[in-house]
Design a binder for this molecule. Structure first.
Ligand code: UDP
Length: 403
């Protein structure tokens, strides 16, 4: 969902010095045409970022298009296998699936119509479009939003030749660099502090949303994980950790998530999670609509401790959102989470179910610790992982690409 945004609205949160630098970087890029291509308009981290980045790039004077690849159920099943395989899970990909993947790219060639100076391919789904690079004159950039270090060979060696036809690849973190014959850049994503998901919420809205969701504004402390229902987010592990904590402290668990159009596994995992939580009055499993941004915002503000127990995580915007709200966060130090949760400084790290339980307990019995970590977490995010910083990094990258 593209919003109307103006860079000057971010001065309060980012400071005028950064806003001025962005404007001056943008001066040489007036009318520069960027075409972002991904595979869903709503749901998941990439859509979340593009919905804010695209209008701000335009506000700076660039001409920006956001195109969404039209896929089929079979295609998204295959690309979900790619996603899992990129994260190191064994996958069974057939020749027929690969043919179908390429056929969908062919059907989407029209997304390249127009005169882009820069085509940005987000993640694995639209990479097949590289076969039609000849239709365009501009540069191509592949933006990988996952942690590719553990990619299984059958996925990586299918995708890598397509990446090799691009001018550059962008990864979230330096350690994600791969053996590729293209320039590689590193740029973590960001949250939009002014979006419905992250803005301050009035008391009236806060109460109304909690009531709608059936969440008690009072009562025992709430532990929360917000994530797509995906095994890599380990919702089962979160439930186990919660049960350990509850043996010692009265508390409740909320698992909130929804689906993304390009993630066909979500419904199955949701059912698995529901059956694990069944009959437990202290566990609430919320299946949210993809546009439930205010709901997520309010849930994060209601939570006493937020957990992100991902087994793998490209960056982990849900953690960024939690820190931005000054909440104490317990997260596995995997992928981008390790850059956000600096142990004992901006949050607490934990790897196993038992460690998660222990750290959550520490925070529940010591709210002063939680407030200290939360405040430091918010400032950590403000300096590094908010939209104006991200836009600044993008403009620097475009200038670098242009030599
Ligand atoms: N999200 C959402 N609704 C949900 C689950 C997640 O809007 O039901 C959002 C979440 O708030 C975050 C993004 O989707 O902004 C997820 O990004 P993240 O990097 O945490 O994980 P990904 O889903 O990309 O693996």
């Amino acid at each position: 969902m593209i919003r109307q945004l103006s860079l000057k609205d971010y001065e309060g949160v980012a400071g005028s010095a950064l806003i001025d630098e962005i404007r001056s970087l943008g001066e040489s890029l007036q009318g520069y045409n960027v075409r972002h291509i991904n595979s869903t308009i709503i749901g998941g981290g990439v859509a979340e970022i593009l919905s804010s980045l695209v209008p701000l790039m335009e506000d700076v004077g660039l001409t920006v298009n956001w195109e969404v690849l039209a896929g089929t159920t079979e295609f998204f099943h295959t690309t979900k296998l790619f996603h899992n395989g990129m994260h190191g899970q064994p996958v069974n990909i057939t020749g027929e699936m690969l043919e179908n993947y390429l056929a969908i790219a062919q059907k989407n060639q029209n997304l390249l119509d127009g005169d882009a100076d820069l085509v940005v391919i987000h993640d694995q789904q639209p990479l097949g479009l590289t076969a039609f690079r000849g239709r365009t004159r501009g540069r191509w950039l592949w933006y990988c939003h996952v942690d590719p270090r553990y990619a299984v060979p059958e996925v990586w060696y299918f995708l890598a030749p397509m990446v090799a036809t691009c001018d550059a690849a962008v990864f979230h973190l330096p350690e994600y660099a791969r053996d590729l014959p293209v320039l590689q850049y590193f740029m973590p994503p960001a949250i939009d502090p002014l979006s419905d998901k992250n803005k301050e919420v009035s008391p009236a809205d806060y109460e109304a949303v909690l009531e709608k969701l059936g969440v008690d504004p009072e009562g025992p402390p709430v532990i929360l994980q917000v994530s797509r229902f995906d095994r890599l987010k380990d919702p089962a592990g979160v439930i186990e950790a919660f049960k350990l904590v509850r043996k010692n402290i009265a508390c409740r668990l909320i698992l909130a998530g929804g689906s993304a159009d390009d993630d066909p596994e979500g419904a199955t995992i949701l059912e698995e999670v529901r059956s694990l939580a069944e009959g437990d009055p202290d566990i609430t499993v919320l299946s949210l609509n993809p546009d439930a941004n205010l709901e997520i915002n309010v849930l994060q503000r209601r939570a006493d401790v937020i957990v992100q127990k991902s087994l793998r995580e490209g960056f982990g915007l849900t953690a960024t959102e939690a820190l931005w709200k000054g909440k104490p966060l317990v997260a596995t130090p995997t992928g981008g989470l390790a850059y956000q949760v600096l142990n004992e400084e901006t949050g607490l790290t934990a790897r196993t179910v038992e460690e998660v339980a222990l750290q959550v307990e520490r925070l529940l019995v010591n709210p002063t610790l939680g407030r200290r970590l939360g405040a430091a977490g918010r400032e950590h995010v403000r300096q590094r992982f908010i939209l104006p910083v991200y836009l600044y990094n993008w403009l620097k990258l475009i200038n670098l690409l242009n030599g």
